[in-house]
Design a protein around this ligand. Structure first.
Ligand code: TC6
Length: 699
């Protein structure tokens, strides 16, 4: 018989209410109902003088059950459960370990006393899921910590360490290191009984108010930081407007705003992103496959990418041996790594002592492949040239131990060809990091057909250890992300040729929610990079493909983007973020003239419609060809590597909200103008005809 998710026991006069709902003790309907029963039992149990609520397993309650969102709500509701705890005439103590998040922290705020275990993190991350703390969080937290601190916690969605929670008064006490939730709860409960402590309700004192100027300032800052999102401002409304009402009216107001957000497309998109990030590593091919050991990492090449990969590995506690071509380059590589680690010190992520320790104990730079002999996983990050890669992989194959995994960080070279350069193609795969590699969370794990399953599993285990979001990608030019990027960039060029300005495109795209538009991004990456890509592809390009020649003209003038102070934008001391460059429009106009094109106007809506249609169409091709395992893999890639606005969920989720039939019809219209570019993806056509969505493929 399965155990109920909430259990009631009594130890002399202390009632112990234990929640056990693996993996993270989310409060679903069964937990809410179980809590209601246990609270009734406690109220009726004359021998019980105090109750301790705690959790079994790795964490306290990590929140309401996200998987229930979007379904019809079922009683009992969480605010009622928490209200019942708060109203009890006998004291209730909540003991938290692991994480107490969202509805979990709100549950604890309804208790009369709160104890934290060391290592606890608390927070109200609901706004990051497009909702607000709808179980009293916006009403109780301000009463406990003040309005300013509460608004910061609610809008930032951040996780507070236990000490900060104690300092703010969210916790009454912190248990000693090594304490167990039930035992620590019993000790504190006994102490409360000994001093005759009764119920102490957070809802009793009046809510703090905030001045109009301060509120306006907080709202303006929040709006700027969470551009386009509605949950943060709505949560501020719930807290501030609720504070002007009696507690129970404030609770009703919070509920009304919560319900509104729960129905919003932003909530659906953000929950999709959350679940997709977890599902992306769940691949049937890896079920039951054990990863190999990877304690010792080798990195070939100490440039920006190699150093970033080394630092990401070092920060994850792994040992790293980096090799460079000679002693001087090895010394420079060491300096690069030391400097990159120094950035982590500046950002407060690492102490200076820890940095010194890491450099002395975990890292070494060498100039010979033999230094990699004991490494388990070696990642090559050298120049993108097949001859250079051949030399590297031949050497790696010769010097690395049997069973060692050889990975390439190439962005576009043919990985099966690289694997075939070795006598161990089953041990070779692509680990495509994004720059700066110690900061960007995306890792594309590129899997040629020859790669052994345990090598793929090791790639995923390594990504997890580094805190990356790892996505499986098949072999093609650009893998998932860069392949799609090439196409929506090309769609922008088509629009610019037809009359839109690059600045109109960038503006529309940033208003849609991307941090930068495609032309500003090209300036950042360097227009020389784009030039090299065009050169590389020239030989295999279909003559029907349109390639913007204005980009070559700009490159020939030495305009390489930010690094030269001139690209699509001019960067100088007056405008460090760039202003439209004087001649760009004229260079583009000359090309239109050559094509006999009379420029026409594009609205921001049309720009986005075409930009997104191109993105979705290519993404559908990528899924249809099996390059991405599922549509959600594309979404996660675009969210973490390409600045896709999280609150829109990713290109495939967005496409579903628009309707695939509508998108297909749009593409058919565009194909009238540029049939080669706007060929519809077979998968998009199929799903549209069958009236299905991309989400149907996210199994
Ligand atoms: C809320 O509380 C609203 C309240 C108002 C109501 C009126 N529900 O992340 P992991 C699953 S909103 C259901 O890999 P970790 C997750 O999908 C909520 N399931 O573990 C995964 O399942 P899978 C506010 C959840 O150790 C498994 O648990 N709370 C929930 O790396 C393991 O997850 C939050 O926003 C959930 N709430 O990190 C916190 N949470 O194996 C959300 C997780 O089937 N959770 N799962 O794929 C987290 O931030 C992290 O999960 C963590 C643990 C830090 C708790």
């Amino acid at each position: 018989m399965t155990q109920p998710p909430v259990r009631y026991n009594r130890d002399t006069d202390i009632a112990l209410i234990c929640i056990e709902n693996p993996p993270v003790n989310a409060i679903g309907q069964a937990v809410r109902a179980g809590l209601m029963d246990c609270l009734d039992r406690f109220a009726d149990d004359a021998a019980a003088r105090i109750a301790v609520i705690y959790c079994a397993g790795r964490t306290f309650v990590a929140g309401a059950d996200i998987k229930e969102f979007g379904k019809p709500p079922s009683a009992p509701f969480l605010p009622d459960v928490i209200g019942k705890i708060e109203a009890l005439e006998k004291p209730v103590l909540c003991v938290m370990h692991g994480t107490a998040l969202g509805g979990g922290l709100e549950l604890a705020l309804g208790a009369h006393y709160r104890l934290g275990l060391p290592g606890l993190r608390v927070g109200l991350p609901e706004t990051s899921l497009g909702i607000l703390p709808g179980a009293g969080g916006t009403q109780r937290l301000p009463r406990l910590v003040g309005m300013d601190a509460a608004l910061d916690i609610i809008t930032s969605a951040r996780h507070l360490p236990a000490q900060e929670a104690l300092d703010l008064g969210i916790l009454d006490e912190l248990a000693p290191v090594g304490a167990d939730p039930a035992a620590a709860g019993r000790v504190m409960a006994q102490a409360l009984l000994d001093r005759g402590a009764g119920p102490r309700r957070v809802c009793d004192p009046p809510a703090p108010r905030i001045g109009a100027d301060q509120l306006a300032d907080i709202r303006a800052r929040t709006q700027a930081r969470y551009k386009g999102q509605i949950a943060q401002l709505t949560a501020i409304d719930a807290a501030v407007e609720g504070a002007a009402m009696p507690f129970h009216d404030g609770m009703r107001h919070e509920r009304a705003l919560f319900t509104k957000l729960m129905q919003s497309p932003q909530r659906a998109a953000l929950i999709h992103a959350f679940l997709a990030e977890r599902k992306v590593v769940q691949l049937p091919e890896l079920a039951g496959v054990r990863a190999r050991d990877f304690g010792q990492i080798g990195v070939v090449g100490g440039g920006r990418m190699g150093s970033g990969i080394a630092v990401a590995s070092l920060l994850a506690g792994l040992d790293v041996t980096m090799i460079e071509r000679d002693a001087q380059s090895a010394m420079l590589a060491r300096e690069n790594v030391a400097q990159t680690l120094g950035e982590s010190v500046k950002r407060g992520k690492l102490t200076d002592e820890a940095r010194t320790h890491i450099l002395a104990q975990q890292f070494r730079a060498a100039e010979s492949y033999s230094a990699l002999a004991s490494c388990d996983l070696i990642i090559e990050a050298v120049f993108e040239d097949m001859d250079i890669k051949r030399d590297v992989f031949t050497q790696l194959d010769r010097h690395c131990k049997s069973g060692a995994i050889l990975a390439t960080n190439t962005s576009y070279l043919d990985i099966p060809q690289i694997a075939a350069m070795t006598a161990r193609p089953a041990d070779v795969l692509g680990l495509h990091f994004f720059s700066p590699a110690h900061i960007m969370r995306l890792l594309e794990i590129v899997v040629p057909e020859t790669t052994a399953p345990d090598v793929v599993a090791t790639g995923f285990a390594f990504g997890k250890k580094l805190g990356k979001v790892s996505v499986r990608a098949g072999v093609c030019d650009g893998f998932i992300g860069n392949r799609i990027l090439q196409v929506y960039r090309a769609a922008s060029d088509h629009m610019v040729l037809a009359g839109a300005s690059p600045y109109e495109v960038d503006r529309a795209v940033t208003e849609f929610g991307f941090p930068m538009g495609p032309y500003a991004v090209q300036d950042l990456a360097g227009l020389d990079i784009g030039f090299m890509t065009r050169q590389r592809k020239a030989a295999s390009r279909d003559p029907r493909e349109f390639v913007a020649r204005w980009a070559d003209v700009m490159h020939a003038r030495g305009w390489h983007g930010r690094k030269t102070g001139q690209g699509y934008y001019t960067y100088d001391t007056d405008s460090p973020k760039g202003r439209p460059a004087a001649d760009v429009e004229a260079i583009i106009a000359a090309e239109r003239l050559e094509h006999g094109i009379t420029p026409r106007a594009f609205s921001a809506d049309e720009i986005i419609a075409r930009y997104m249609a191109a993105m979705v169409n290519e993404a559908a091709r990528v899924v249809g060809e099996g390059i991405a395992a599922r549509p959600l893999d594309v979404d996660v890639t675009l969210l973490h590597g390409y600045g896709f606005p999280r609150w829109r969920g990713g290109a495939m989720h967005w496409a579903d909200t628009q309707g695939l039939r509508e998108l297909l019809a749009q593409i058919e219209t565009y194909a009238g103008e540029a049939p080669y570019f706007w060929q519809e993806a077979p998968l998009l056509r199929q799903l549209a005809q069958e009236n299905r969505s991309f989400a149907d493929l996210n199994t």
